[in-house]
Ligand binder design. Structure first.
Ligand code: GDP
Length: 319
């Protein structure tokens, strides 16, 4: 089933630089919203702090489909790190969009997340946002981004970042600068195209043994514990028996058997039931109560677990 194209990205932005507004536009312009659906909900902002054993602040992910390509947008905490959560969120993506206010420039608070993204080898796309604002200074912002990346140890390839100018509020993006006081573009197409061109599609074999690492946890009173992660390889189906591996054998990882109940994927701001999920898909799975962060769900016959993802326990625990 998973023959569709997928891109997985994270948007890194300082608070107020326009992430929510921009994501709303991407949802709207990709037709992910039905006519009567309320876009104004600003669900990405609705970060109720959900704590699972004191270590997880759940990210609000969403997805848009543009010209047949499913783009998962993984939410990252803006500036703080809770027990390695930034790394875990970034472990699900193949590219990052660094959204910067055209007037303010990069803020120190986004430095941490940007540094992690660069260290993971992700190639950022720089979006200079709010270029409609009087006093916007895109050239300064691009230079400042370059200097920041350079200071953070970016590679030549990472320093050669694509730039998109945008006014999320007015719903347009452009690859070139225009005149102050005028619209530089007509829609978000240049941003969608830049994402498709510069973010690599996840490579994985749907026929290979299942490998799905759980990057974060959620909970619902109806289905219990929910694991969120990206299918690395293989195919996941509802009702499937899996082996839950707490790291590799070299790490002394314990394993236990479990049965996946439902498999869900992101569509717009919703989570929808899927009949199967393949390499690159970001999924939610439920049915396994003892699921922990960083474990790998593998096929029972041929388990190939990934090393445990890092979780620093003490960050939020009080005891
Ligand atoms: P977030 O905190 O990064 O999610 O930022 P928001 O999307 O909530 O936007 C913060 C503020 O900036 C709001 O008042 C928006 O209306 C405003 N804003 C967002 N995008 C633009 C833009 O492209 N141009 C202008 N002029 N204002 C914007």
């Amino acid at each position: 089933m998973t023959m569709h194209q997928i891109r997985n990205i994270a948007i890194i932005a300082h608070v107020d630089h326009g992430k929510t507004t921009l994501v709303d536009q991407l949802l709207r312009q990709s037709g992910t919203f039905r006519e009567n659906e309320k876009v104004a909900e600003r669900v990405m902002d609705n970060n109720d702090i959900e704590r699972e054993r004191g270590i997880t602040i759940l990210a609000k992910n969403c997805a848009v489909t543009w010209q047949g390509t499913h783009i998962n947008i993984v939410d990252t905490p803006g500036h703080a790190d809770f027990g390695g959560e930034v790394e875990r969120a970034l472990s699900m993506v193949d590219g990052v969009v660094l959204l910067i206010d055209a007037q303010e420039g990069p803020m120190p608070q986004t430095r941490f997340v940007t540094k992690k993204a660069l260290a993971l080898g992700l190639k950022p796309i720089v979006v200079v946002n709010k270029v409609d604002k009087p006093g916007s200074r895109p050239d300064y912002v691009i230079n400042a981004a370059f200097e920041l990346f350079d200071k953070l140890g970016a590679t030549e390839e990472q320093l050669d970042f694509p730039v998109v100018y945008a006014s999320g509020l007015n719903g347009w993006a452009s690859l070139t600068e225009g005149d102050a006081g005028e619209a530089w573009g007509t829609d978000m197409q240049p941003l969608f195209e830049t994402i498709l061109r510069h973010v690599p599609a996840h490579q994985g074999d749907p026929a290979a043994p299942l490998q799905l690492q759980i990057s974060s946890l959620d909970y619902s009173t109806y289905v219990g514990r929910i694991g969120v992660g990206r299918v690395n390889s293989g195919t996941l189906k509802p009702g499937m028996d899996v082996l839950v591996c707490e790291g590799t054998p070299e790490e002394g990882g314990k394993t236990f058997k479990g049965r996946v109940n439902q498999v869900l994927t992101f569509e717009g701001l919703n989570r929808v039931m899927a009949e199967s999920a393949g390499p690159g898909d970001i999924v939610l799975v439920n049915g396994i109560e003892d699921l922990g962060i960083g474990v790998t769900l593998t096929s029972v016959d041929n388990p190939q677990p990934l090393p445990m993802l890092k979780v620093d326990e003490p960050t939020l625990t009080m005891n």
